[in-house]
Design a protein around this ligand. Structure first.
Ligand SMILES: Nc1ncnc2c1ncn2[C@@H]1O[C@H](COP(=O)(O)OP(=O)(O)OP(=O)(O)O)[C@@H](O)[C@H]1O
Length: 709
């Protein structure tokens, strides 16, 4: 029943003359509630003080005689009160009648339920949720050029002739076996060639490993410089390692053969002074006015003591009368590592970048992440900064003077150089802070991907990397990793060089009482009859990655002991190798004289050996990017390849979740295949014993070495 609107005031009927709590019959506000009236309710009655008898000790006030006027006043007051009371009683009766009516009125079910719910502890009924439309961002935190790249189908190929490539070069390419331009080349060549499709701005390229990026940027540059007679530094190609400098140099030299284009390198493999001589040629130019100015400047600097050692004033000393030093470039194209480039910018007098028309940054994500010596900032300063007047050619001086004076003659001068930056990687990151250091102008991002139709969300800032479609991936759980070399051996013997005549355990088969080696000998034993091939008979070539060059050396030693037939074909690429030695090693690996190459991550980027059939991650890579580059050493330019990864119990979660099943790595309808075999399989046939012996040998070799030191 709903509560009455207000509590009715009832005038006191009876006064109980007692100071202590007493039992009283409660006065019900509702006369109809007989039960309440008849039930005595024990309550503490607070008695009206005015109606209580005063204590005897307190004197009663003396009664005053009432006057006739006072009586009249009292009567009037009592009349007023009565009127108020009667009005009040009427209103109370009306309210009661109304509430009674409401009670008696029939109500439908819904109302009853509602009333019930109001008095219950059940949650209040809520309105049905309004369906929210799926969030489709209409904005992006990325700039348009990054959020909406130009996508090119990875399977798109075109004859080089259709791309406007000069027949001089198409013939060369055909000789190398390159019949058609690969997707990245079909996209980049028109953008870099002069013509309608040329992009007058900078270009970022994201294309899979082994997709032909090197030729894509070198060919248009070399074509444009074809008729060059006198070298002018026109293109700088920055790559992260010496090996990659040599690799790009090889491609460039093949293309430049038969032209006067000069390709130079700066990678620190020769003395700095001889590199300087290769890059900059000093000559004396007869120019009495310039010579006078320069001598005056030199004497002023001598007075203030601010003459630079090895600078232009040093060269001035050796000049004949009225001659000034002039610096010509020794190369048209410079391929270099960033560190050495910075050294030349800082220390090579006359090494000027004011004529550079192409700046290529290959493996850009790695270079920008490592930004050693602040190379990008130094390079941008040299590229975009003003060239000191003393180093300008006569033509450049006129242009500068006319330009400064805003002369009409400046329009008659040759146009300013157009600088184009080409930034490439297989794992291009959409990191604006890093890309910002390159000061890109009107940039365009070109993405070569398998499924062009698959549009990425507008605000997708995640970096997604694609693997070659010709790559097959395998993963092997190696328990706690204590027998990892034996697992590797198992992969090599069964999947890379299957059926070879193994040396291991043959002599010890029966004598070996090792508990680990007496079970499950299924895999190798079953193929014993077919073991008639040697490593040399196989065309397979395997690149094994370890976490460091030290572990590469250790593994190399262990493998040679575990499987002696591998020894003549097994080599390690360490940091200790000179540039020449590592070039020779890579050559023998590509010819097949070496079949197993063990290396650290240093070899994971850009290395192009088309004949690598297998990559094995002996030590798990430290990032998804590293995985993509490591496995990208195989399955290059449309060839088949396999990538194997050995992972331990502790590495399983990261590898399986992030690499094998994560969204950051795109595989075309392919999955990483889990390969499983028992631990006893890899330790069988005395291999465990041989492994222990190999470990002991390694230990004594290391200790001996340490003692010798
Ligand atoms: N048009 C072509 N046809 C056939 N093969 C080609 C063509 N262009 C390049 N190649 C070959 O493709 C292979 C990979 O090229 P390249 O080294 O330039 O790849 P990449 O994209 O730079 O790879 P990575 O990102 O791993 O450095 C090379 O062996 C190269 O000779």
């Amino acid at each position: 029943m709903p509560a009455p609107l207000f509590k009715r005031w009832v005038p006191p009927k009876q006064v109980v003359k007692s100071a202590s709590p007493v039992d009283v019959v409660a006065n019900s506000p509702n006369p109809s509630r007989t039960t309440a009236e008849s039930t005595p309710v024990k309550t503490n009655l607070i008695v009206d003080e005015t109606q209580m008898e005063p204590p005897k000790s307190i004197k009663k006030p003396k009664k005053r005689k009432r006057s006739a006027g006072a009586n009249e006043e009292e009567e009037e007051t009592s009349k007023k009160h009565k009127a108020i009371f009667s009005k009040f009683e009427k209103a109370s009766k009306l309210a009661e009648a109304r509430s009674q009516r409401e009670e008696d009125e029939p109500t439908d079910g819904a109302e009853v339920q509602e009333a019930e719910e109001l008095h219950d502890l059940q949650p209040m009924p809520q309105p049905a949720p309004v369906p929210e439309p799926a969030f489709e961002p209409t904005f992006s935190t990325l700039p348009t050029w990054l959020a909406q790249p130009v996508t090119v189908d990875a399977s798109k190929t075109l004859p080089f002739t259709e791309l406007g490539v000069d027949p001089f070069y198409t013939k060369k390419l055909e000789k190398q076996g390159f019949k058609e331009a690969l997707a990245v080349q079909t996209a980049l060549l028109p953008m870099l060639h002069p013509g309608f499709e040329q992009h007058l701005g900078d270009i970022c390229v994201s294309a899979k490993t082994g997709s032909g990026k090197t030729l894509a940027y070198l060919l248009p540059i070399i074509e444009a410089l074809k008729d060059r007679a006198v070298p002018v530094l026109s293109a700088i190609i920055v790559v992260p390692s010496r090996q990659l400098v040599n690799q790009a140099l090889q491609v460039a030299e093949e293309l430049c053969a038969g032209t006067k284009i000069k390709v130079g390198t700066a990678l620190g493999n020769v003395a700095f002074a001889s590199e300087q001589k290769q890059l900059v040629r000093l000559r004396a130019q007869y120019d009495p006015t310039a010579a006078k100015e320069l001598h005056e400047k030199a004497s002023r600097q001598l007075q203030t003591g601010s003459v630079e050692r090895g600078g232009i004033f040093d060269d001035l000393k050796d000049m004949p009368l009225d001659h000034v030093p002039r610096y010509d470039s020794g190369v048209d194209i410079l391929i270099c590592t960033p560190g050495r480039l910075v050294e030349h910018i800082d220390n090579t007098t006359g090494f000027l970048l004011n004529a550079v028309r192409w700046l290529v940054i290959d493996e850009a994500d790695q270079l920008l992440n490592q930004n050693f010596q602040g190379w990008a900032t130094v390079l941008m300063g040299a590229l975009h900064g003003e060239t000191p007047v003393d180093f300008l050619s006569a033509q450049e001086r006129i242009r500068k003077r006319e330009g400064d004076a805003n002369s009409i003659w400046s329009v008659a001068l040759p146009a300013r150089r157009q600088l184009t930056k080409v930034v490439l990687s297989a794992t291009m990151e959409k990191d604006l802070t890093k890309l910002g250091t390159l000061k890109l102008k009107r940039p365009k991002l070109v993405v070569i991907q398998d499924e062009v139709a698959e549009t990425q969300p507008l605000d997708n800032e995640e970096n997604v990397f694609e693997l070659p479609s010709t790559l097959d991936e395998f993963a092997v759980h190696v328990g706690d990793g204590s027998n990892k070399p034996l697992h590797l051996l198992h992969v090599l013997l069964n999947f890379v060089f299957p059926g070879i005549q193994t040396d291991v355990g043959a002599k010890e088969d029966n004598s070996d009482s090792d508990s680990d080696s007496d079970t499950d000998s299924s895999s190798e034993d079953s193929s014993d009859g077919e073991k008639d091939r040697s490593v040399a008979d196989h065309i397979s070539r395997v690149l094994i990655f370890t976490k460091s060059t030290e572990s590469a050396s250790r593994l190399s030693h262990l493998l040679a002991v575990l499987e002696p037939s591998f020894k003549p074909y097994l080599k390690t690429m360490t940091r200790a190798l000179t540039a020449d030695a590592s070039r020779k090693l890579l050559k023998s690996f590509s010819t097949g004289a070496v079949k197993i190459l063990i290396a650290s991550d240093a070899a994971s980027r850009g290395l192009d050996i088309p004949s690598i059939s297998h990559v094995i991650n002996y030590d798990i890579p430290t990032s998804i990017t590293s995985y993509v580059h490591r496995v990208g050493r195989t399955a290059r330019a449309g060839k088949q390849g396999q990538a194997w990864t050995l992972f331990t119990k502790t590495e399983a979660a990261w590898f399986l979740k992030q690499v094998a099943k994560g969204d950051s790595v795109k595989r075309q309808n392919k999955k990483v295949k889990r390969m499983e075999w028992k631990e006893s399989t890899v330790t069988a046939n005395g291999k465990k014993k041989t492994y222990r012996a190999a470990l002991k040998q390694l230990e004594s070799a290391v200790t001996g070495h340490a003692e010798a030191e």
